[in-house]
Write a protein that binds this ligand. Sequence first.
Ligand SMILES: [Zn+2]
Length: 273
Amino acid sequence: MDDGREGLRIARLFRKYRVGLDVRRCDLEALCEEDFIECFDSDLMEPGYTALIQRCPDGLGGGIIALQPGQDGGRRRFSIAHELGHYHIPKHRGLEGYCADRDMRARPADANQREWEANDFATELLMPRKLFAEDARKLDVSIESAVKLGAADWYDVSIMAAAWRIVQLTREPAAVVVSADGKVEWMYRSDAFRLPLTERGQYLHADTLAAAAFRDQTAMPRVQEVDRTAWLDGRVEVPGTLLESTHLIRSLGQVVSLLWLTETEGELGDGRD
Ligand SMILES: [Zn+2]
């Protein structure tokens, strides 16, 4: 069966690395050890890849994963999990394992299917669909929730990865939007979000929290109501309330926005800002 979901299916075989129902964090260290794979940071600051895998040439299994230095905990774990995907998906066997940042973001529609498959593997390994969806359903669609779910004692992933997974699994109309230099860089919408948003390459509206995060260099992790026309096409009649929360990645000069269209007016209780 080649529906492009082989990575997901294989990742599900690694359930034993998350011992017990109350454990969310995948034990990547144990997984690498069992696979005879050693992970280390490159000596070069700019090695020309984010991560790479090299199999042992004798064909007996095992190998090395080299990483560009400076990747923080969650990002580093995603890079390792992505390379483990290349290692475990049989048809990736002959692959040159040099993976760049853009490969770590490859999606089903992208031309390079193998990079998407490795990400599908990594995402399922680190944030299994059923478990993560159940946890996320109890929380707001917000950066605050992504911070909680991404914490080291939860799934131990980056806020970016957790935010993306929340949108991927929610039944709510929601979107994650990444901006840089005041412009939209890329976005991902949930299945229920069918409205036009500010497009890739367009400048952010001044009334978005994302624009405010660039101006003030301060993020707003908790949901706040924003003017719907700031993100949505002004001609579209939309019932309900548009909520936004933001995360600032200073090292990359990026702002991550989570957008959540709630159907009920006045759903926010007291005590929220
Ligand atoms: Zn790759």
